[in-house]
Write a protein that binds this ligand. Structure first.
Ligand SMILES: Cc1cc2nc3c(=O)[nH]c(=O)nc-3n(C[C@H](O)[C@H](O)[C@H](O)COP(=O)(O)OP(=O)(O)OC[C@H]3O[C@@H](n4cnc5c(N)ncnc54)[C@H](O)[C@@H]3O)c2cc1C
Length: 345
């Protein structure tokens, strides 16, 4: 049970969080990362990642995350094997307060929230067991493994149509399975999908079990007339939505129609001073490791600049930070790291 004071606390240790931490610590800021019980984030659940730059032969997801984690620690950030229980803004000019599950209290002048988002799964037998053996929730990530094969996309919204379009250019055949007898997607998306010669629709069918021992061989569904049938397939792409992890901030930050955290236009900052957000908890559209990492970089740079100009009350001032007079002289032209360095000289 410790009381810790930080310049920047990063919540989450996926690609967004760990990249933010590298940039923050390299800006000379006292940086702590609360990794979360699922440290490493979504890439810990996958096998080979072939689309992260710098790895010509691909890299296993967990190994990529271990490398990012090592880089963060080697650069001097403090990584906590802990989960944030509450995050509390205290108002303009005051730091944010974090309470962790292990009982630590962290005072953070700036917080970068990178809690990610989780794909919704069907919850049917064999779905979880076959997740790296033919069941996926990301056509952009895994579509290449199904070149020339038959795949099923489960879902009826725009995301399912996007996954279908991506797969239609790789797979031999794509079948869209949807439990209702009409798709929910916009008419324009449906028209585009219907124009693909190798896509067919199986509507009014509810998946009940994924089939296969070592890898996926089929999907069993109930039919509109109440029978069950097994549709042979090499892969099942589940595209029924995502659940952004917004539980820490949903009471004081607006959410988008996709359930992701809203930011102020043109920045990674939220409406709460000192609270920045990056990665899939904000981005409902791209949801890739590289976009999350890039966004984490932006958030750290935004937070660094914000810290350079923020006015904190006397009680929350850090010994390393400039007095009011010094701040007035420097804040508008210098970054926070430069201000700290100048004050230390
Ligand atoms: C099976 C699978 C395969 C994928 N394959 C690829 C691929 O090949 N290429 C690719 O580019 N992308 C891939 N993706 C997508 C990619 O993993 C995500 O886009 C990326 O991980 C998002 O990064 P993030 O940092 O925003 O969030 P995440 O990786 O989701 O990380 C969120 C972090 O926040 C933490 N957290 C949550 N709540 C708390 C809390 N209260 N306190 C502290 N920490 C908390 C979690 O523990 C986790 O560490 C794949 C995704 C999945 C599910």
């Amino acid at each position: 049970m410790a009381n810790i004071t930080t310049d920047i606390t990063v919540i989450g240790s996926g690609p967004a969080g760990l990249t933010a931490a590298v940039y923050a610590v390299r800006a000379g800021l006292n940086t702590h990362v609360i990794a979360g019980y699922a440290w490493g984030g979504e890439l810990m659940k996958t096998g080979r990642v072939d689309n992260f730059p710098g790895f010509p032969d691909g890299i296993q997801g967990p190994e990529l995350m271990q490398r990012m984690r090592d880089q963060v620690v080697n650069q001097g950030a403090v990584l906590h094997e802990d989960e944030v229980e509450t995050l509390t803004p205290q108002g303009e000019g005051k730091p944010l307060m974090i309470q962790t599950m292990n009982g630590d209290t962290i005072t953070a002048r700036a917080v970068i929230l990178t809690t990610g988002s989780e794909a919704k799964w069907l919850g049917i037998p064999n779905e979880e067991r076959l997740r790296v053996a033919g069941v996926s929730a990301c056509a952009t990530c895994d579509g290449m493994f199904f070149r020339g094969k038959d795949v099923i996309v489960v879902g009826g919204g725009d995301t399912a149509m996007e996954e279908t379009l991506h797969l239609a250019h790789l797979a031999k055949h794509v079948t869209v399975v949807h439990r209702r007898d009409a798709l929910r997607a916009t008419a324009a998306m449906i028209t585009r999908v219907q124009a693909e010669p190798n896509v067919s629709f199986a509507l009014g069918r509810t998946p009940v079990q994924v089939e296969g021992d070592a890898h996926v061989t089929g999907l069993t569904v109930t039919t509109p007339d109440g029978r069950t049938e097994t549709m042979p397939t090499d892969g099942v792409f589940v595209a029924i939505g995502h659940l952004p992890a917004v539980h820490l901030v949903r009471d004081f930050v607006p959410l988008s129609e996709y359930g992701t955290v809203e930011r102020l236009a043109g920045t990674t900052q939220t409406i709460i001073p000192g609270l920045f957000v990056a990665g899939d908890v904000w981005d409902h559209h791209y949801r890739q490791a590289i976009t999350a990492a890039g966004d984490g970089c932006r958030a750290a740079m935004d937070a660094e600049r914000w810290l350079g100009t923020a006015r904190f009350g006397e009680a929350e001032r850090y010994p390393d930070y400039p007095t009011d007079d010094e701040e007035d002289m420097t804040a508008s032209t210098m970054t926070n790291a430069a201000v700290v360095a100048a004050t230390r000289e």
